[in-house]
Design a protein around this ligand. Structure first.
Ligand code: NAI
Length: 725
């Protein structure tokens, strides 16, 4: 044992000269690049150098479930432009240590026993040989870009030297793709895959035996980067395509990380490795000290962890995993929900009006699985087993014994009441009752069942197998126990649950409506429709506003509007029309354009494929002199969503800032660079007072709907921000 405890030094008594370094931070469940690790690594390197005569080779592995988790995000989120010099120096120190490791003159093997993402894979890259254990859930890659960062521990420099510039960018750096061990092998990220720990360590020893003296490829004299560098004419000719492809991909959205990654890769490829590491360090520091990485770390690490760990789950209620779920309605949503449940190992009874209709829903799962099989992502046995868990039926009696029900029939309250009544006495007497309604109040739907306390909203997003979010809606009568069970069910199917209180449209459907309305209203004001689309893209929305509405269909907001208006007026309130209403009414009634499914919407379609923006928009709506600043176009959409989110907090529909941020990014495409809809307000230029002032300008220019809610004004006044707890 060395003096360090974060990295344990183990050496067999048999004098074979192989040192195993075991990463095992005693204070954390995962190893991270914290100060203790750095000290430990220094001590280990000193000892390796001092005992060089008796050391033949080194194996690095970990005693944790994961190999190594990466940089400590608690430190990184505190980086500011003022301490940029320290951030740069810190990154250079890590690189210096890893450089020392790879130039020890002894073979070093990474025995990757679990996930090696970010800093974990960077350590492995500094080893001469990488063997990964084929453990379930184990992932390898450099996902820093998804946190607005770049790999600052030599990851850009080494992947470029390992794979070549183009492959490093496309396969590893720009998308932050995470590979399962066998895929990582195929992509050239690692050298071997082992099926168990003993085999992994035996292979590591065999590598050391066979390669007593080994250098990294890039340290061998005469080494050339695969595929060439900008210095070679053939490569130089292709180089201009890189930034333009990237621009196209980003559609003008303000993500600085991909640009910095590209620059670090290209510049670093033309210089020696030490200079390249320094270049990488500078680009890393710029990102780490900027606001966008902080927003993304807050959202995708801290907020996501808070949400998934059950900050919103009522305490003291024992988990009761669901074993058999009934899914009512085998349409688009029901089919996807059935697949997700079966994938998590739950038995599914998928019911529709007839066995044939239910089988059509089950065929959706078969199609997903067949595609995965063709791509080598699943096996025939896994496919058959998963499909075997889904029973398609038209007979309510087949639901006997189900301990949860998820209803996904047409959006019609009386039909929803009817399908619950049909099965209430067949299912387990205390089964959880969930509805996947996207707009109907949960308390209204609960009136149709006997056990209102067990009734809850479980709002999935389309396509269900890909979308990670589920919005849980607590009705007026929903018990704490039902909420806890619904939360656990969402976690059981490995999705992310946010929890809101009942209200028409809940959080997500209501807020996305404001985005859509704002886009449509701008068309109505005579602004150029392609500029409206461009404004959404450049603001960072993954889907352009008019094309999104074409997908959802133009009649949907109109239907929701009619129902909401009826409900507001029934309660004696007065209904506020939106300038978008008129545009939609004309498109539907005058021009018969209802969206993609109707073959025509804001866009023209051929065989279901979007071809161009409908020229009639210019003819019937555009005004040649209509012009507003491009920034206003973007901010009208962002502000409309942010302001309504604050109103939802005021109304008590939303109760957590983390839920709002995560729900907005993962559910309705609010731009991820902002860190989510409330973090957008926190991070706005000038903070909350700056946001309030800007909302005032938008109100003056575009209407009362931009008036800051009282809660926002009060928080701005008090110098507060939106945070939990
Ligand atoms: P869909 O029209 O694709 O499917 C509805 C299915 O329900 C059909 O297969 C129909 O045969 C079946 N059905 C009708 N009466 C039935 C009965 N008595 N018993 C059993 N099945 C019956 O509709 P979709 O899009 O799947 O939506 C279903 C629900 O999910 C709606 O409440 C919708 O608002 C909600 N939702 C939809 C989203 C979307 O993106 N489409 C997103 C989130 C929620």
């Amino acid at each position: 044992m060395s003096e360090s405890t974060t990295i344990r030094w183990e050496q067999d008594g048999n004098g074979d000269g192989i040192v195993t370094l075991i990463l095992d931070d005693p204070n954390q469940s995962a190893n991270t690049m914290n100060a203790a690790f750095a000290d430990s690594l220094d001590a280990v390197l000193d000892r390796l150098e001092a005992e060089a005569d008796s050391v033949r080779g080194v194996i690095i592995t970990s005693a944790k479930k994961t190999f190594f988790a990466g940089g400590d995000l608690r430190d990184l989120i505190r980086a500011t432009p003022e301490n940029a010099a320290d951030v740069f120096a810190g990154s250079m120190r890590i690189k210096g240590r890893l450089r020392r490791l790879e130039t020890l003159g002894k073979p070093v093997v990474a025995a990757i026993n679990g996930a090696a993402l970010g800093g974990g894979y960077e350590i492995a890259l500094a080893c001469h040989h990488r063997i990964a254990l084929d453990a379930p859930g184990s992932k390898i890659g450099l996902p820093e870009v998804t946190l607005g960062l770049l790999p600052g521990g030599g990851g850009v420099v080494r992947t470029v030297r390992l794979l070549g510039i183009a492959d490093a960018l496309l396969k590893v750096l720009l998308q932050g793709r995470q590979y399962a061990p066998r895929q990582a092998l195929e992509a050239g990220l690692i050298h071997e895959v082992a099926t168990d720990r003993e085999e992994m360590l035996a292979r590591a020893r065999a590598f050391i035996d066979a390669n007593p003296q080994v250098q990294q490829p890039w340290d061998v004299k005469g080494y050339k980067i695969p595929g060439g560098t900008p210095k070679s004419p053939a490569f130089a000719a292709n180089l201009p395509a890189f930034p333009s492809n990237l621009r196209k991909q980003l559609a003008g959205a303000p993500y600085p990380a991909p640009r910095n990654i590209l620059a670090a890769a290209v510049e670093g490829s033309q210089v020696d490795i030490d200079t390249a590491l320094a270049i990488e360090g500078r680009y890393f520091t710029e990102l780490a000290c900027g606001p966008i990485s902080k927003n993304m770390i807050q959202a995708f690490f801290f907020d996501l962890q808070a949400v998934n760990s059950g900050a919103n789950r009522p305490q003291g209620i024992d988990p009761r995993p669901v074993t058999k779920v009934a899914v009512l309605g085998a349409g688009m949503m029901g089919a996807g929900i059935a697949y997700s449940c079966a994938k998590a190992g739950i038995q599914v009874v998928l019911k529709d009006v007839s066995a044939e209709a239910a089988e059509r829903g089950k065929a959706y799962s078969a199609a997903i699985l067949d595609k995965a099989l063709a791509r080598g992502r699943t096996t025939q046995a896994e496919r058959d087993e998963l499909l075997g868990r889904i029973r398609a039926t038209g007979d309510p009696r087949d639901l006997a014994g189900c301990d949860a029900v998820i209803e996904a029939v047409f959006e019609d309250p009386s039909l929803k009441h009817k399908v619950f009544q049909e099965i209430e006495d067949v299912i387990a007497p205390d089964a959880l009752l969930c509805s996947n309604t996207s707009t109907l109040p949960i308390s209204l739907l609960a009136e149709g069942v006997k056990r209102r306390q067990d009734f809850i909203g479980l709002h999935f997003f389309s396509p269900v197998d890909k979308m990670p979010l589920v919005e849980i809606i607590k009705g007026e009568h929903t018990s704490e126990e039902a909420l806890a069970r619904a939360f656990d069910l969402v976690r059981q199917i490995r999705k992310t649950p946010i929890v809101v209180n009942d209200s028409r449209g809940f959080f997500t459907s209501r807020v996305i409506g404001h985005f859509i309305n704002e886009g449509v209203a701008m068309v109505g004001e005579g602004l150029d429709p392609s500029s409206v689309e461009q404004a959404a893209a450049q603001a960072g929305y993954p889907a352009k506003v008019l094309s999104l509405l074409d997908e959802l269909t133009l009649t949907l907001p109109r239907k929701i509007r009619a129902e909401s208006q009826r409900a507001v007026e029934a309660e004696g309130g007065s209904w506020q029309a939106h300038p978008a209403d008129l545009v939609l009414d004309r498109l539907i009634d005058e021009f018969g354009r209802t969206g993609r499914s109707g073959g025509a919407g804001f866009y023209d379609y051929e065989d279901g494929k979007r071809t161009r923006l409908w020229p009639g928009l210019r003819e019937h709506f555009s005004k040649p002199d209509a012009r507003i600043p491009f920034r206003d176009m973007q901010e009208r959409m962002l502000f409309a969503e942010a302001l309504d989110t604050v109103r939802l907090l005021e109304e008590g529909v939303l109760t957590s800032v983390a839920d709002a941020n995560i729900g907005s990014i993962m559910g309705i495409g609010f731009p991820a660079w902002t860190g989510g809809v409330l973090q957008y307000i926190n991070g706005y230029e000038g903070g909350l007072p700056g946001f309030v002032a800007r909302a005032g300008e938008l109100t003056a220019a575009y209407g009362e709907r931009f008036t800051p809610p009282a809660l926002l004004a009060a928080k701005a006044e008090k110098g507060e921000t939106f945070t939990d707890g």
